[in-house]
Ligand binder design. Structure first.
Ligand code: ADP
Length: 261
């Protein structure tokens, strides 16, 4: 588990009282759901909280191929025969880590079968291949996230019922400027311009853009500019081209860039 411990404080700029809320939920070992757009700081928040609470953190980025066996573990065949290898969820439940399932909604439906018994008072993990019912370590906690903007139908109500939830959004302007400046080393002036651009791109959601520029994208644009790339080119690389293939939306995004720099 020591490999999963976070040595230095991960920088996190809070938007409200989410740190105290998370601490209270952890004290009760309540499963937590973080809802919010991509790149708005959910993962960084969990890293920060794991560090604050002094707990190891096991993070799993979920995708559509990820199933229950990927979380729980599997038998491996090697030179010495067969041996069992715990998956990340089992390792966290055994070792007393916080397990963060990022974008759980992407994972295959069979993952809910293993998650549900961990989220009620039983706090157990069924490990079918070992015929074992693992009782979670007292320090274990489960945190999941998803982006409701991209998944309108959301997680199933039976799953949602089991979680306390915190809503994340793009940070308030001043906070976002501080984040962009801190993460990239950019000047406050450059960070402010990039955040203003971010806000403009987010308005394009009303015009069909799936997602506006995330804080992560703004940090990347700032880093490219610090590396000597001209601001307009940096913004095209960091956010215009990645965000859409639609020519009209590309044009609208480029216009927002040109209006900023
Ligand atoms: P998410 O998990 O919501 O997709 P991340 O936590 O990975 O997003 O955030 C992406 C990047 O944006 C981080 O690596 C960090 O540089 C920056 N970031 C966003 N919000 C914050 C914040 N509130 N405090 C510190 N960094 C942040």
């Amino acid at each position: 588990m020591d490999a999963w411990r976070i040595a230095a404080e991960p920088y996190y700029a809070p938007s409200g009282d989410e740190c105290a809320a998370f601490e209270a939920a952890y004290a009760e070992r309540l499963p937590m759901l973080l809802k919010g757009p991509t790149g708005c700081g959910k993962t960084r928040f969990v890293e920060h909280m794991a560090w604050r609470l002094g707990k190891p953190l096991v993070t799993v980025a979920c995708n559509e191929d990820l199933g229950a066996a990927d979380l729980v573990g599997r038998w491996l065949i090697d030179g010495g025969g067969t041996r069992w290898q715990d998956g990340p969820l089992t390792a966290a439940a055994r070792g007393g880590a916080i397990c963060y399932l990022d974008e759980l909604i992407e994972a295959r439906p069979d993952t809910t079968v293993v998650i549900h018994p961990l989220t009620d008072t039983r706090r157990v993990l069924p490990i079918a291949p070992l015929n074992e019912l693992l009782r979670a370590h007292p320090d274990f906690a489960l945190v999941v996230s998803y982006n409701p903007d991209l998944h309108a139908q959301g997680l199933k109500p039976a799953t949602l019922q089991r979680f306390c939830a915190l809503r994340f959004d793009h940070p308030p302007t001043e906070t976002e400027v501080a984040v962009v400046a801190h993460e990239s080393g950019a000047s406050p002036e450059l960070a402010s311009s990039l955040v203003a651009l971010g806000v403009r791109t987010r308005r394009l959601r009303q015009h069909g853009l799936e997602e506006g520029a995330s804080t992560r994208m703004l940090v990347r644009a700032a880093s490219l500019i610090r590396r000597g790339i001209a601001p307009r080119a940096a913004c095209r690389m960091a956010l215009v081209t990645p965000l859409t293939d639609d020519p009209e939306l590309q044009q609208a995004l480029s216009a927002a860039v040109d209006a900023t720099f």
